[in-house]
Design a protein. Structure first.
Length: 92
């Protein structure tokens, strides 16, 4: 207990009890669904062509938003250089 006499836990209200129960149900569902979706994702990656994978990579990198806090783009700059070299090889 703290000096104020409270044990630090919030009082359980019917809404918070229901929210916790919903969270538990969500976690239990993802224990089943998560591995299924992961297996599907890997199967799609395994059957994708090199061109499709390159397109997906370029599309993903196009989502980069430099205005967001982070590493100020150092990592993305290196990745973009690598993909530019790959594009140059494909066009020559």
């Amino acid at each position: 207990m703290s000096e104020s006499g409270h044990d630090g836990r919030a009082a359980s209200t019917p809404a918070s009890i229901e929210a916790k129960a919903e969270m538990r149900r969500w976690v239990e569902r993802w224990k089943v669904v998560g591995p299924l979706l992961d297996a599907e994702r890997w199967a799609r990656l395994a059957t994708a062509s090199d061109d499709e994978l390159r397109r997906q990579s370029r599309d993903l990198l196009a989502l980069w938003q430099p205005g967001l806090a982070g590493d100020d783009g150092e990592g993305i700059v290196l990745q973009q250089r690598t993909f530019a070299r790959l594009r140059d090889r494909e066009t020559t």
